[in-house]
Design a protein around this ligand. Structure first.
Ligand SMILES: [Zn+2]
Length: 144
């Protein structure tokens, strides 16, 4: 997965502004770590990561000059879309991109995490997929 974060970093590294008080590579390091964190979150927590591009952009935009902001956003969007497409194509063999077993996002009535295999499009197992609908804001109307 880190090939995506490294690609973002490589495209943007030349434009990172360094603060001479902190040292010559401090901000480069911060940008790389932020890119890695975003990719890792996309790979392991995609269903709860609502705006990956915007989040990463807000994390690292302060390390770039005003004139580079639009390019930074475009590069982030480009590679996060590639990473997301890659994750969607992964065989649904029950493991995420790091080899961790996939689990349904719901809890059982006893309060323990549901152990069933989730559906790829919403992260819930077939018994709990109705919970995805309420998450989208489609809360059932309560009759008066
Ligand atoms: Zn479940």
């Amino acid at each position: 997965m880190y090939r995506f974060s490294r690609a973002i970093y490589r495209e943007l590294a030349d434009e990172i502004v360094e603060d001479s008080y902190e040292g010559p590579t401090v901000n480069h390091e911060r940008v790389l770590r932020a890119c890695e964190a975003a990719i890792e979150r996309l790979a392991t927590d995609r269903h709860y990561f609502a705006h990956p591009s915007r989040t990463l952009f807000n994390d690292i935009r302060i390390y770039f000059p005003m004139t580079a902001q639009l390019r930074v956003l475009r590069v982030i969007q480009h590679y996060l879309e590639l990473a997301d497409a890659f994750l969607r194509r992964l065989p649904q063999n029950g493991f995420d991109a790091y080899g961790n077993p996939l689990q349904c996002r719901a809890s059982t009535r006893k309060g323990t995490p549901c152990q069933r295999m989730p559906l790829p499009h919403n992260g819930y197992c077939p018994s709990h997929q109705h919970l995805a609908a309420t998450e989208e804001g489609e809360l059932p109307l309560i009759a008066a």
